[in-house]
Write a protein that binds this ligand. Structure first.
Ligand code: LCS
Length: 397
């Protein structure tokens, strides 16, 4: 895996090799569905992958290549592939890496649609998914078999910010079988905070809808890995199975968002820590989940693998369960009641009835998603306003 030689934001700004013929500072939006060949021989050579060059915008586009090159460097991977959404990235990757009769070992706490895809849809195609407690080494070892092709996790996990040790998990999986692909969804961190490939993961996935774009105005996804894996996902999972490549207009906006990722993440992290510390003092709150708090179960691992930053997501359980949690979510004024995360706007949601509604009540309980759990995406507003807003919302209980 290549290592960037510049600082994070220098790479985010200058990390690609696309040069505009007219000298435009910013990579233009190539709004074209197809690319012209000089001759049938050239077209044939491109289709045979004997000559580099663009063919059709479902496979690549210069605006998209610029973002892919930058994201590969930021994540410390050889190559990246950008997709129409995070679910586009997940499905294209899984369809490429698995076949009927093979198995996935996944953590039991996942974003609701990833869980639903794994639990209810992959089984229709003969793929078995074992949901385990990924932080428990014995459970991981017991779930691995000669049919395992993928080990899949999120850390911090959506929505309860559970931390899994990426290095340890990858080592156990690879000691069992080096061919197993360890896939880490890094959406909650961004590569500014955590770089799973450097810790032994094989593939990193993001919903770039969130921090990477950072402005709440589009859907996007990315996969980062070694060049061969990315090429396979592009030619199989994207070209033939999902068609979920990112359009150039979105790529342009993600490119713009990446330039401020570091400074946005610093603000998100600082404010989230303040919000978490405030919540700890709040008598209406039963439990606060923030990896930056010393009493968080995964704090020591988070300190190491998240480079001492802990992200912009805070979750908390309101005393009195779902009804009282709803009062808080319905009473905020600075924060907005909406799913998604990683935007400038602070967003509040109730996982059990929204993002994680594909889980049954029993599954919610095993995944430690309490009925009174609120997920809070701390935005870029002034932190004292966010805290005052929560304070007035708690007063409504
Ligand atoms: N992975 C994680 C960890 C996510 O949180 C999401 C979306 C996805 C993948 C899928 O990405 P998308 O297709 O939406 O770009 N998470 C959402 C959430 O928590 N609320 O709304 C969407």
């Amino acid at each position: 895996m290549s290592k960037e030689s510049h600082g994070f934001t220098t790479t985010a700004i200058h990390g690609h090799s696309i040069k505009d013929a007219n000298g435009a500072l910013i990579t233009p939006i190539y709004n074209t569905s197809t690319f012209v060949f000089d001759s049938t021989a050239q077209g044939a050579a491109r289709f045979a992958l004997e000559e580099p060059g663009y063919i059709y915008a479902r496979l690549g586009n210069p605006t998209c290549t610029a973002v892919e090159e930058t994201l590969a460097k930021l994540e410390g991977g050889e190559a990246a592939l950008i997709t129409v959404s995070g679910m586009g990235a997940i499905t294209a990757t899984i369809w490429t890496c698995i076949s009927a009769g093979e198995e996935i070992v996944a953590d039991k706490t996942l974003y609701g649609c990833t869980f639903e895809f794994f639990e209810h849809h992959l089984s229709r195609f003969g793929v078995k998914v074992h949901f385990i407690e990924m932080t428990n080494e014995d459970e991981l070892r017991a779930a691995l078999s000669d049919k395992t092709r993928i080990v899949y996790l999120e850390t911090p996990a959506n929505p309860n910010l559970k931390i899994t040790d990426i290095e340890k998990t990858a080592k156990i999986a690879h000691d069992y079988n080096p061919a197993i692909k360890v896939i880490c969804d890094n959406t909650f961190c961004s590569p500014y905070i955590q770089r799973p490939l450097e810790l032994g993961a094989d593939i990193v996935i993001h919903s770039a809808t969130k921090y990477l774009n950072g402005h709440g105005d589009l859907l996007a996804g990315v996969v980062v890995s070694d060049a061969e894996t990315i090429n396979n996902i592009r030619l199989i999972g994207i070209k033939d199975m999902t068609g979920a490549f990112m359009p150039a207009n979105e790529a342009y906006l993600v490119d713009r968002g990446l330039k401020t990722l570091e400074i946005r993440m610093q603000r998100h992290c600082d404010s989230a820590m303040k919000v978490a510390q405030y919540l700890k003092t709040c008598d209406k709150v039963e439990k606060v989940y923030y990896p930056g708090l010393e009493d968080h179960e995964g704090h020591e691992i988070a300190k190491r693998q998240m480079h001492g930053m802990y992200g912009g997501m805070v979750s908390f359980v309101v005393k009195g369960g779902r009804a009282k949690a709803a009062v808080v979510a319905d009473s905020v004024k600075v924060a907005t009641l909406a799913v998604s995360l990683g935007a400038a706007e602070t967003l509040i949601e109730h996982p059990a009835s929204m993002t994680h509604s594909p889980y049954t009540e029993e599954e919610l309980e095993t995944a430690n998603i309490a009925p009174g759990l609120i997920r809070f995406s701390v935005g870029l507003e002034n932190p004292e306003d966010i805290i005052a807003d929560l304070e007035q919302a708690f007063a409504k209980i």
